[in-house]
Ligand binder design. Sequence first.
Ligand code: THU
Length: 131
Amino acid sequence: MSLLDAAREVREMAYVPYSRFKVGAAVRGASGAIYRGCNVENVAYPEGTCAEAGAIAAMVAAGETELIEVAVIADSPSPVPPCGGCRQKLAEFGRHDTPVLLATTEGGTLATTVGELLPGRFDAGHMARAE
Ligand code: THU
């Protein structure tokens, strides 16, 4: 199964009673394994979590800390862009050139990279002087 198909499949599981906006994400770990996540909302709105966060959590829970490919899909007019927080989360485990495929349920796609999504990101190097 392709990474995008995995994201499409898990999207159906999204818990979205508030936004009605289902998102599916899948990441491929360095081992080749696929991890999936969907958005999970909460009546206390800020407590909701994004699909990307769920997929990353599944990857880390399985013992992997490097992702080599990402796919995200939603029913949106143009390929769904990860939110700012998810860009930082992807950057934690991906590299600058790690491919990210953004997609619509209608078949639209946009190929980008973790680095393109978050130029100038905060990383451990910025804490070099911290003790
Ligand atoms: N959402 C994601 O899960 N990923 C994205 O990349 C964009 C937004 C979710 C959060 C919330 O449940 C819903 O979409 C509307 O913002």
